[in-house]
Design a protein. Structure first.
Length: 256
């Protein structure tokens, strides 16, 4: 591994924590855009925080993406001696199966040797269809578990990278362009000053509920995500722990 320059990184962590009023910031050395092992380090650092924060009857809500998948890779049984259940944070937001919250949630639970629930909600349907799905007992049960989550772990992405990865329609792409979307998390798109400019319609955890969840862990790295992370952090609640890398933070600090 690489030598951690303790003083430099610690100073940067504290600077970012104060600037965005966060609970904690952990920066791992390197740039995950360039070296795959840095993403592994993000995963390891996240698992350490999870162990520290887990307490009582745990329900962990998770989003999807390759960073979340790297966290799953680092999980092992014995995370906590308390009850633990994984749930997806929200219904489908247009991702491929391998990047979906359901998939990540199932893999995390399998690796940790605990149970999970999935949320079978179709992507991009009308409000009427949503309304009737939500009444389904099997879906309703999972939705109420999500409302009781005491930990949320989520990724952050570049707005246009995410919009393309989700095959977003022309109309929404134009809207994102006009509104100058920069970052994305949970299916919400943010502009440079952290305002929500677009949101994917789905059930589950809504952005304004984040502040009421005791432990929120945002995990994102890579120089290409610096601006996206800055955009999201403008509105992130103060109970947020950010796990990131030097690549992302160097871009973020240069951008201001
Ligand atoms: O779609 C789920 C999601 O967590 C997004 O909210 C986020 O922008 C993205 O995945 C991050 O994906 P990755 O870790 O692959 O960059």
């Amino acid at each position: 591994g690489m030598m951690r320059e303790f003083s430099g990184i610690n100073v940067m962590e504290e600077e970012i924590r104060q600037r965005f009023t966060l609970r904690k910031v952990v920066i791992v050395p390197g740039d995950s855009d360039e070296s795959p092992w840095v993403k592994e380090e993000l995963g390891r650092a996240t698992v350490l925080r999870m162990k520290e924060y887990l307490a009582g009857n745990n329900i962990i809500a998770v989003t999807g993406g390759t960073t979340m998948s790297a966290i799953a890779d680092q999980l092992t049984p014995g995370l906590t001696s308390d009850p633990l259940l994984f749930v997806p944070a929200r219904g489908g937001i247009g991702e491929d199966v391998r990047n979906q919250a359901n998939t990540i949630c199932a893999r995390m639970a399998e690796r940790a040797g605990v149970s999970h629930r999935v949320l079978y909600m179709p992507d991009q349907v009308s409000e009427e269809v949503y309304a009737s799905f939500v009444k389904e007992p099997s879906i309703n049960e999972v939705l109420s578990l999500i409302q009781h989550a005491n930990m949320v772990i989520h990724g952050i992405g570049d707005a246009f990278t995410m919009a393309k990865r989700r095959n977003t329609n022309e109309q929404d792409l134009e809207k994102l362009q006009e509104e100058k979307a920069v970052g994305e998390a949970f299916g919400y798109y943010f502009n440079e000053v952290g305002e929500v400019v677009h949101k994917v319609l789905t059930v589950g955890l809504q952005l304004d509920q984040l502040a009421t969840i005791p432990n929120v862990i945002a995990v994102a790295g890579g120089a290409s995500k610096g601006k996206a992370i800055a955009a999201y952090l403008q509105s992130a609640p103060p109970n947020t722990t950010l796990i990131t890398d030097e690549g992302a933070m160097n871009t973020l600090l240069k951008g201001n």
